[in-house]
Design a protein around this ligand. Structure first.
Ligand code: ATP
Ligand code: LTN
Length: 331
């Protein structure tokens, strides 16, 4: 582990894990897991910024971990855990709150967007969300953070906080780099291709869940909003078909020009039918593995316990270092 660089990422247990999260994040986690020492979390504390049903939240945390494993994350090679189980995250977040400015946080587009969407509950957690994320990342001396495009701004503020702290107290945190895919960093809603696909969208037709059954997947793709026009040609001004081509390209590793060539003279219906099949076949092994895994809750529980122990040890090192630097007594 010692000479491998550290990679860390997380997903909130809200809504249903979707193909956008797979393409934007999980697919890269898988491709990088041999090269890096990897730490993957389900960030349950972050999801509290939106009101959650306690029973549902508990259930979803296990289901998300089950889906991580079913996608191919290996708990023997990586650390997989729940953010809430390592108290250092909340402790460092408080300290970092005192090194983060209101002005920087008010510029966060996710805060602006979520406070519009949840106007009845604009809580302080929603505002300081990026600081907890910075704590998640900086605690593990992370080198690389694979995320979708929407998290770029949060990575920038994390870097700013780390640099600010290092300048004040000397080298304490490693300054992390984002890893954002060139294609697929922003998958759009199937119902409104000008809006990002979101796993907590009220309309389940707007996303494909990793656990959707084959008929549902095919029907969602068939009914996906596309632009007027007939040709399968990639053009950003035709966001509906461009989005479907992006999903196609990410799941088959075929370039846009190759896809255009294959579908020359063919229409949307044929393209959509094939894309539906491709998604079904990509998810089939994941769903099969998931079903088996969820029958054995004890194994999941043990993975989480083991993950939290390993993560706590690593996190505590950085937390103690920070506490010493800022003058907190170590007893
Ligand atoms: P929610 O709708 O529940 O707030 P979300 O779908 O935006 O959630 P997150 O938990 O915020 O998902 O993000 C998990 C990971 O998936 C992050 O790395 C994020 O960048 C990535 N991601 C989220 N939405 C997309 C998208 N539309 N395209 C590509 N990547 C995405
Ligand atoms: N804010 C992220 C989730 C997240 C995260 C992290 C991602 C919380 N902590 C640390 C990478 C690293 C999101 O996707 N909404």
């Amino acid at each position: 582990m010692e000479n491998r660089k550290i990679l860390l990422s997380g997903i909130q247990p809200s809504g249903n894990l979707a193909i956008a999260n797979y393409i934007g994040a999980i697919k890269n986690w898988l491709s990088l897991q041999e090269q890096y020492y990897c730490i993957y979390m389900v960030v349950d504390l972050h999801s509290l910024t939106v009101r959650q049903d306690p029973k549902e939240l508990k259930k979803r945390c296990f289901e998300f971990i089950g889906q991580y494993l079913a996608c191919g994350l290996d708990p023997e090679k990586n650390i997989i855990f729940l953010q809430s189980q390592v108290s250092a995250h909340s402790e460092l977040a408080w300290i970092l709150n005192c090194f983060t400015y209101m002005g920087e946080l008010s510029r966060m587009t996710q805060f602006k967007e979520k406070s519009t969407r949840h106007g009845e509950n604009i809580n302080a957690g929603l505002f300081t969300y990026p600081v907890l994320m910075a704590a998640d990342i900086l605690l593990y001396q992370t080198d690389l953070v694979p995320v979708g495009e929407d998290q770029k701004q949060h990575l920038e503020i994390t870097r700013d906080i780390a640099i600010r702290f290092n300048n004040l107290y000397g080298e304490t945190f490693r300054v992390p780099e984002p890893f954002i895919p060139e294609v697929g960093a922003r998958i759009m809603s199937l119902q409104d291709p000008t809006k990002k696909m979101s796993k907590s969208d009220e309309d389940p037709k707007s996303y494909i869940a990793l656990l959707d059954n084959p008929d549902v997947i095919k029907s969602k793709i068939k009914r996906a909003v596309t632009d007027t026009g007939k040709e399968i040609i990639y053009n950003e001004n035709r966001p509906g078909i461009a989005n479907l081509m992006t999903i196609y390209s990410c799941l088959t590793d075929k370039s846009f020009s190759k896809i255009e060539e294959e579908y020359q003279g063919k229409g949307y219906a044929e393209f959509k039918a094939h894309l539906g099949e491709i998604i079904v076949e990509t998810l089939r092994p994941v769903q099969k593995k998931y079903e088996v895994l969820m029958k054995n809750k004890d194994t999941l529980y043990n993975i989480l316990k083991d993950g939290a122990e390993k993560a706590s040890k690593m996190a505590q090192k950085t937390l103690s270092k920070v506490q010493k630097k800022i003058g907190i007594i170590q007893i």
